[in-house]
Write a protein that binds this ligand. Structure first.
Ligand code: HEM
Length: 238
């Protein structure tokens, strides 16, 4: 389940309509192409709160709090600007990273909620472990040894400098293929892969969550510019 020449990402809020669209693609003349892989996902409790698009993941945590809370900032992080030395046709497009990440739910569910929260570095509902409200920034400098928020927790490694958040916009989906094969279709958009996904992924190498994760697929894709359509893709329009 990796790479391929073209990623077709079909999104909607009615499963039947999506299945129909998938069928139409399957039934079109495929003399020149074959479907290399496909996966279905969903976003339980999908909603926009305080400008952020949130969903619950299969491990009982809400995701999306670390995303920007304005359309402007999201577009700034996601879209290729004109001064980045890219060809003219790429300006206003984006790099999308997709990762199919299987999660060891059995192992995870044996841990207490408190242990899980120390692995993520936030409470299940998004509040910070040092008591900082969900929409404010914690001061990690006052917790240098990681007593409150462990140094190897997911959020502390993903975004250590609260004034300079990683330039990515995440928009992931949950998948459940049965037979305990559950996880996340991680997806994020960025204007630059090295500063975006790759910088975060390198920092996450030593995270305490790593023992629950197995990345089984995904790829890098270029998304051509599509004007206002971006606000739909990043889900500001509901
Ligand atoms: C199965 C795998 C993963 C799970 C369960 C997971 C879960 C979470 C959760 C619960 C949060 C806190 C809420 C939020 O801000 O959204 C979070 C934050 C974040 N995650 Fe992940 N994540 C996973 C994989 C990844 C990957 C592969 C990356 C990028 C390489 C990533 C990057 C981030 C970033 C940048 C944040 C925001 C940190 C902040 O600003 O505080 N995550 N993740």
């Amino acid at each position: 389940m990796s790479h391929g020449d073209l990623l077709v990402h079909i999104v909607g809020n009615k499963a039947a309509a999506i299945r129909k669209a998938v069928e139409r693609i399957r039934n079109t003349d495929s003399a020149h192409w074959t479907i290399r892989w496909h996966i279905e996902g969903s976003r339980p409790d999908n909603r926009v709160e305080d400008g952020r698009s949130l969903a619950r993941n299969p491990f009982h945590f809400t995701e999306g709090f670390g995303n920007p809370d304005t359309e402007r900032e999201s577009l700034d992080r996601a879209l290729i600007p004109s001064d980045q030395n890219e060809p003219q046709w790429a300006v206003g497009g984006s790099y999308q990273v997709v990762r199919i990440i299987r999660f060891a739910t059995d192992l995870w569910d044996k841990d207490s909620v408190g242990e899980q929260e120390r692995i993520v570095g936030r409470k299940r509902d998004g509040r910070w472990l040092d008591g900082t409200p969900v929409d404010e920034q914690p001061n990690f400098a006052t917790d240098p040894t990681g007593r409150l928020t462990p140094l190897d927790s997911h959020v502390r490694l993903a975004a250590p400098d609260r004034r300079n958040p990683p330039p990515i916009v995440r928009r992931s989906y949950s998948y459940d293929k049965g037979n305990d094969d559950k996880g996340i279709i991680f997806s994020c958009f960025q204007r630059d892969l090295a500063q975006g996904f790759e910088a975060v992924q390198k920092r996450l190498e030593g995270e305490s969550m790593a023992k629950y994760l197995l990345t089984t697929g995904g790829g890098y894709f270029f998304v051509p510019p599509h004007g206002d359509g971006w606000l739909d893709a990043l889900s500001y329009s509901g």
